[in-house]
Design a protein around this ligand. Structure first.
Ligand code: GCU
Length: 695
């Protein structure tokens, strides 16, 4: 271990450069000579694998590494067989992933036995919510790396360099696909000019094994093609899409396919023509099939067919099970509402048995503090992936119901909504990089633990980064004890801290819309606003209590879960505390499992969240000697802001709910420093030109 640490220190930037975070987890190391023996091929992917090993080898000096292409029944998709000096795979991309795995093991001090590493999912994708004008929906790290308003169609050297760095980062963690534009898609993206830029991006991403996809607007045949309809069963519409697909594949022969948000949040879709989601998805799937393309059709729909928004996607999609073509994947957000800090898993997982279902996670922190708050999201994704749906007996976890282990499916995939932008460090908050990293690694292996991911990421991202090493920072044991262990602990606790100070005990969707989903807003309900876009719809606080009654006596959303979950969630005595107010409307003096009242328990959770963030600040302050000054200072400032944000959440929510509970804040809880009036004054809805719009 001591050797490893010295190696890490030596491998760190030798000429002390400031660390601005741009290198991500791929910081340069002093080269160690190695010979790479690879199949004779001019393939760009193979060349990348060879170059990566030659430039970043940290194993025995003068070693020979052999890369071999070999069919092997044990290998799935781009899986590989790894040993200390040999990588075998059935595909060239597999050799590239094997090379990155070997380098990662060297840099993090993990052993290499003779082993097979297969990806859990065939497709491992980032979804970029980037618009052709360069803005990024729910992006907090600067403008788009792909698009920009001024010269959308001119590709510069700088663009290409950035795209190459991006592709390399993705490949190094096993990601193989990128959807280049927002699900709220502009029809422009399919115009000739933009497709030219798509080709340019695809050409840079290809040597790293990353394929490109596009989000498409369902009404493109009308908006771009001038047709009168976008009805998926209209032959002229089908013809238009066929011609468009041919145009795309001429430019990008390995184009991956389309991602579609249709009949959702005002987006056009097949339902505008009396057709179903399956009709729409299948039409596009048939158009793409001759080219080998796929359709990812989103299940994020909530037309007000039922009073409970959480039930609507299930209601719409379960009757369509078995009706989708085999090159369609239905893309389902982890929870039934919308990327909240905590939701139970979407009941669609496991319930769709004859349809390929892919999980969609949100890497960008729309509801978890943007690029300010530190929230490591692997524990949230792990929680979802490990949730047992019971749909095909015990052990049918979300992970197994989506990766092909439980149901036969031709394709499998996992998507994450990217947090990447033009900021130098890519993600705004330096620790946001850990979410990009963890997402990729989990898409490769959906059984990895959050603690393994923190360990890997911290070593790769920070080891040896201290600008000047004081005497204390001398040994591996010291670094492990004073940096790795406490900072890993901080990361592992960070998502729960956000839940505690914002939406504990199953509360959800009570954020401020005025501040773009940052900070508290349980009161937020401008006149005329659609009810299920307002927090009071979700928390239902009144003199009797708080929470959304989704029991069989309420909306009966519990019934969408397979037994024994339905019964467990339905009874407040057996419902896990973390989902209590998701499924129940309970009196303020309801007796919790802890023996405390619901009101007191709520207050304690809010307070605990605040205390946790303060502890994160102390931990980070103590980590100072081990981190370069630049990243130390940035994270320190962000934690300071997060601490203020946590106090605001606590004060605002307790004072707001107190209007209904009429109960005192428990004496052990820090008294509010804000007044409700002041908080409300800061959260007045902004006037909008066209009346109430989607917040
Ligand atoms: C959320 C988010 C929107 C996004 C939508 C989606 O509602 O706030 O910006 O368009 O999810 O996933 O389609």
């Amino acid at each position: 271990m001591k050797k490893l640490f010295i190696l890490l220190c030596l491998g760190a930037p030798l000429a002390l450069r400031a660390e601005d975070g741009h290198q991500l987890w791929l910081r340069p190391h002093a080269a160690v000579p190695v010979t790479v023996v690879a199949p004779a091929s001019s393939s760009a992917v193979l060349a990348t694998a060879r170059r990566e090993l030659q430039q970043h080898w940290q194993g025995a000096a003068g070693a020979t590494v052999t890369l071999a292409l070999r069919k092997d029944k044990a290998l799935k998709y781009d899986g590989f067989r790894l040993s200390k000096q040999k990588i075998e795979a059935a595909t060239e991309a597999g050799l590239l992933y094997g090379a990155y795995e070997l380098l990662r093991r060297q840099q993090t001090g993990q052993p290499v036995a003779s082993e097979v590493c297969n990806p859990s999912y065939e497709l491992r994708l980032l979804n970029h919510w980037d618009n052709p004008d360069g803005s990024v929906e729910r992006g907090y790290a600067g403008k788009s790396i792909f698009w920009r308003q001024d010269s959308a169609l001119v590709v510069t050297r700088r663009d290409q360099k950035l795209w190459q760095e991006y592709a390399r980062a993705n490949a190094s963690i096993g990601l193989n696909s990128s959807v280049l534009n927002n699900v709220n898609a502009s029809p422009l993206i399919l115009s000739a000019g933009y497709l030219g830029r798509v080709k340019a991006i695809a050409d840079v991403l290809r040597p790293y094994g990353v394929r490109v996809y596009l989000s498409v607007k369902f009404s493109s045949p009308v908006l771009l093609g001038g047709l009168k309809t976008a009805d998926p069963l209209d032959p002229a519409v089908v013809k238009w899409w066929q011609a468009k697909a041919q145009e795309i594949y001429r430019l990008v022969p390995d184009f991956g396919g389309f991602l579609v948000k249709a009949s959702s949040e005002g987006q056009p879709g097949p339902q505008d023509y009396g057709r179903t989601h399956a009709d729409g998805a299948n039409m596009l799937a048939d158009v793409l099939r001759p080219h080998g393309g796929l359709v990812m059709w989103r299940a994020f729909v909530y037309s007000p067919s039922d009073k409970d928004r959480a039930k609507q996607a299930y209601n719409e999609f379960v009757p369509l099970d078995g009706k989708f073509r085999d090159n369609v994947l239905v893309q389902v957000k982890n929870g039934p509402v919308d990327f909240q800090p905590r939701e139970p898993f979407s009941p669609l997982f496991g319930a769709l048995k004859k349809t390929a279902v892919m999980p969609e996670f949100q890497i960008t922190q729309e509801y978890l503090g943007h690029a300010t708050d530190l929230a490591f999201l692997a524990p949230m994704w792990e929680e979802c992936l490990r949730s047992d749906t019971h749909q095909a007996g015990p052990g049918s976890t979300v992970a197994r119901c989506t990766d092909g282990s439980v149901y036969a499916q031709k394709h499998s995939a996992m998507a994450g909504v990217s947090n990447v932008g033009l900021d130098t460090n890519w993600t705004g908050q330096d620790f946001g990089q850990a979410n990009w990293y963890a997402f990729g690694r989990l898409a490769w292996n959906n059984t990895l633990s959050s603690s393994q991911l923190t360990d890997e990421w911290l070593k790769l991202t920070f080891a040896g980064s201290a600008a000047s090493a004081p005497a204390a920072v001398g040994s591996a044991a010291d670094w492990n004890a004073h940096f790795l262990a406490p900072v890993a602990q901080l990361m592992l606790a960070s998502r729960e801290a956000v839940v505690n100070y914002s939406m504990p005990l199953g509360l959800h969707h009570i954020m401020s819309a005025t501040h773009d989903h940052y900070g508290p807003g349980p009161w937020w309900a401008p006149p005329g606003m659609r009810a299920d876009w307002t927090p009071p719809y979700y928390h239902q606080a009144d003199a009797r209590g708080v929470g959304f009654d989704r029991t069989t006596a309420g909306s009966s959303a519990v019934s969408q879960y397979h037994e024994p979950l339905a019964a467990r969630f339905n009874d407040p005595a057996t419902c896990p505390d973390e989902y209590l107010l998701w499924f129940h409307h309970l009196p303020w003096d309801f007796k919790m499992k802890s023996g405390r009242t619901l009101w007191d328990e709520l207050a304690l959770h809010y307070d605990q969240g605040v205390q946790q963030v303060r502890q994160f600040q102390r931990t980070w302050d103590q980590a100072r000697p081990y981190v370069d000054a630049e990243r130390f200072g940035t994270v320190q400032n962000k934690l300071r802001a997060q601490s203020g944000n946590a106090v605001l959440w606590k004060d605002a929510c307790l004072l707001y709910f107190q209007q209904f509970s009429h109960l005192p804040i428990p004496p052990t809880v820090e008294p509010p420093m804000h007044t409700l009036d002041a908080v409300l004054a800061n959260d007045l809805p902004r006037p909008r030109a066209n009346g109430p719009a989607r917040p």
